[in-house]
Design a protein around this ligand. Structure first.
Ligand SMILES: NC(=O)c1ccc[n+]([C@@H]2O[C@H](COP(=O)([O-])OP(=O)(O)OC[C@H]3O[C@@H](n4cnc5c(N)ncnc54)[C@H](OP(=O)(O)O)[C@@H]3O)[C@@H](O)[C@H]2O)c1
Length: 294
């Protein structure tokens, strides 16, 4: 018996299982790490992020702020906004730009108009808009024959209509400048469907068609429009206890991290992302590739 296999024999099975499960996993990237080459990618750029108080939105804001941007962080709740901005200040991630809290409800057209106008009055220009606010019916998700009309309306109004009206307002601000970037947040559920989440799936599928259409309209004004479709992104209160069941469904065997979605958004907004438009960037650990096993 070789020395190597003798050592292997001494390792308890439980430790072997632990090593097998955990080796090769990508460790969680520390929040807001800025690569030397990226340090000032967004210096002088003014960017609005809706749903900036949430899991993915706050990671996107953090990434952009850490690389120099001025960010209009939007949410419906003033207290929540204040807490996120204070956290960013405490962690000293704002480098070069400002973090401007904006109360904005994407189901309220006036609120969208006023929020964008407030941001432009404070910064002078809108360079990019991340249309991220939204979510599913969560506790209210049901088969369609049982679903309440007001839940369907809420999901469609927030995710689809909200995205459309926000993009309309962003485009109005960008067209005169003849440049800009719009990112719409869709989902693999919009691409593939999901039982008991048909309203959410419909709203996110609508975003895919909307993105392609306005990309065609706005290209001539130097504005690109793209989608991001995350799979299951780690979001502590929502995912508690469901990790093994969910991560079995993608071939990388883990949740995505909010930082990874933020990195993708930053790439699209950066100058590296200038020559694609109308695309859907899927970030799902391979979940939408096909069936895993039986
Ligand atoms: N997490 C995932 O696994 C996943 C996967 C695929 C797609 N997505 C999409 O990614 C986006 C962000 O998801 P998340 O996981 O970060 O969700 P989250 O943590 O629940 O955050 C949702 C954000 O949207 C905001 N929001 C909700 N309704 C709004 C409204 N009517 N007006 C303005 N803001 C509103 C919330 O702000 P306030 O409550 O503070 O107003 C919050 O900031 C969503 O569009 C979601 O569908 C997420």
């Amino acid at each position: 018996m070789s020395f190597g296999s003798a050592v292997k024999k001494l390792i308890p099975k439980s430790l072997k299982r632990y090593i097998k499960k955990n080796m090769g996993q990508t460790p969680r990237q520390a929040d807001y790490i800025v690569r030397e080459s990226d340090k000032e990618r967004f210096l002088g750029k003014n960017i609005i992020v809706t749903g900036g108080t949430g899991a993915i939105g706050s990671a996107v804001c953090a990434r952009l702020l850490a690389e120099g941007a001025t960010v209009g962080i939007c949410g419906r709740n003033e207290e929540k906004l204040k807490a996120v901005v204070e956290k960013f200040e405490r962690e000293k991630i704002i480098r070069g730009g400002k973090c401007i809290p904006i109360v904005l409800d994407v189901t309220d057209d006036k609120s969208i108009h006023d929020g964008v106008a407030e941001f432009i009055s404070k910064t002078g220009r809108l360079d990019a808009f991340v249309n991220n606010a939204g979510g599913g019916a969560r506790g209210d998700s049901k088969p369609i024959f049982e679903q309440d009309i007001d839940v369907i309306d809420r999901v469609l109004n927030t995710n689809l209509r909200g995205t459309i009206v926000c993009a309309r307002e962003a485009a109005k601000a960008m067209v005169p400048n003849k440049r800009g970037k719009i990112i719409n947040m869709s989902s693999v559920v919009g691409m593939n469907g999901k039982a008991t989440m048909s309203d959410y799936a419909a709203s996110k599928a609508g975003i895919l068609g909307f993105t392609k259409s306005i990309a065609l309209e706005l290209g001539q004004y130097g504005i690109t429009v793209n989608c991001i479709s995350p799979g299951m992104v780690n979001q502590i209160p929502f995912d508690k206890g469901s990790e093994p069941r969910t991560t079995n469904k993608n071939c990388l065997g883990r949740f995505g991290y909010t930082d990874e979605v933020a990195d993708l958004a930053a790439y699209i907004i950066s100058d590296s992302g200038n020559y694609f438009t109308g695309h859907n960037f899927v970030i799902d650990g391979g979940r939408s590739l096909g069936l895993m096993g039986d």
